[in-house]
Design a protein around this ligand. Structure first.
Ligand code: NAD
Ligand code: LMR
Length: 340
């Protein structure tokens, strides 16, 4: 607990330092779905982010209360709540980064694809508004199924004539956060020093942790490798089951979403060497149009999509299994965007 306190104090001190640093440009962040399980803690974390000067909290309900509450925190970001479709345009106007955790979460027994029926339409409508009111914003899509909602967003932006693939991201950071945690736990490593690449997509077998490229590298017995891979792929389901009908990961997702948005802001601000794993338009796997891999972020979004490195036989087999599901999920999103 004492160490948690120390971490919090350090974050706040860093936040104060950056707050008084005039070199940080003003940045508006809009969160769509801000009153939800992810939205609320994510809004709190973005209010504490020193790079944010304006924070727009939008939802179909509940945002006046969330915004009033968060706005009392003595950090830099001016916070305002927006509720209902008629206020969406105002929430988006001038946004540099738009984060979208709007939509329904899983219950036990459901796959992420089972959420498509409800969330595809929500994402389509929100992106239609983004195309009109914040066409150059960096977009962070959290709403599931990410493997389909990101292609939907791309098609909506294309139809509006404002698609820039460098600015559209599916947030897969939670898979990386989990892989780091599980690997560090298993091998007794200090978790803060651990890096694990996670590529592919954000659902079941499409989540591909590459433990052969983990640092610090530790040999894994085959059973350990299989178990760690499976736990990373099933991390979301582990939380859905533990919450027993009360939703899916919210707090760890808010943390992961805040990490990813922070990276986007640092990229926008011209910081060098900002790299994250994320689901983006990509030709890294020839059969697929979208894929999650490490990208370098800069002032215009993606500067470079990195390669996958050398894969082991186990990882090659995982990739081969992931491709058909990814292909189908991407096609489903594209088709939905054109037919609805
Ligand atoms: P939640 O039900 O607690 O919150 C969702 C919020 O979205 C609610 O406040 C709701 O009012 C709002 N909403 C619904 N329709 C909206 C619309 N048209 N415009 C704006 N807001 C709208 O759900 P949650 O736990 O916060 O999860 C949200 C989504 O994030 C789910 O689809 C979930 O599967 C997904 N998720 C993704 C990841 C990831 O790694 N990418 C991780 C966890 C959860
Ligand atoms: C997660 O990975 O936690 C999210 O995608 C939510 C879910 O449904 O598992």
């Amino acid at each position: 607990m004492r160490s948690l306190l120390r971490v919090t104090q350090n974050v706040l001190r860093a936040s104060e330092r950056a707050y008084t640093n005039a070199a940080n440009p003003d940045r508006k962040v809009a969160i769509l779905g801000a009153a939800g399980g992810i939205g609320q803690p994510l809004s709190l974390l973005m209010k504490m982010n020193p790079y944010v000067s304006d924070l727009a909290l939008y939802d179909i309900q509940g945002t006046p209360g969330v915004a009033a509450d968060i706005s009392h925190i003595n950090s830099k970001a001016k916070t305002k709540g927006y509720a209902g479709a008629e206020q969406l345009g105002e929430a988006l106007k001038g946004a540099d980064v738009v984060i979208i955790p709007a939509g329904v979460p899983r219950k036990p027994g459901m796959t992420r694809d089972d959420l498509f029926k409800t969330n595809a339409g929500i994402v389509k409508d929100l992106i239609t508004a983004v195309a009109q009111h914040a066409p150059t914003a960096i977009l962070n899509i959290i709403s599931n199924p990410v493997n389909s909602t990101v292609p939907i967003a791309a098609e909506v932006l294309k139809a509006a004539g404002v698609y820039d693939p460098r600015r559209l991201f599916g947030v897969t950071t939670l898979d990386v956060v989990r892989a780091r945690t599980f690997y560090a736990e298993k091998k007794g490593l200090p978790v803060a020093d651990v890096e694990v690449p996670v590529v592919g997509g954000h659902a079941g077998v499409t989540i591909l942790p590459f433990f052969s490229q983990a640092t610090p590298f530790q040999d894994l017995a085959q059973e350990e490798l299989v178990a760690l891979t499976k736990r990373t792929q099933d991390g979301g389901t582990e939380v859905v089951q533990a919450k027993a009908g009360k939703g899916s990961a919210t707090l760890s997702m808010a943390y992961a979403g805040a990490l990813f948005a922070d990276a986007c802001l640092r990229g926008l601000n011209g910081e060098s060497d900002v790299e994250e794993y994320t689901f983006v338009e990509s030709n890294i796997v020839p059969e697929l149009t979208f894929f999650s891999s490490k990208v370098k972020l800069g002032p215009n979004g993606i500067e470079k999509v990195m390669g996958l490195g050398e894969l082991t036989e186990f990882e090659e087999a995982g990739l081969k299994d992931a491709i058909p599901e990814l292909k189908a999920s991407i096609a489903k999103g594209v088709e939905f965007a054109h037919s609805n």
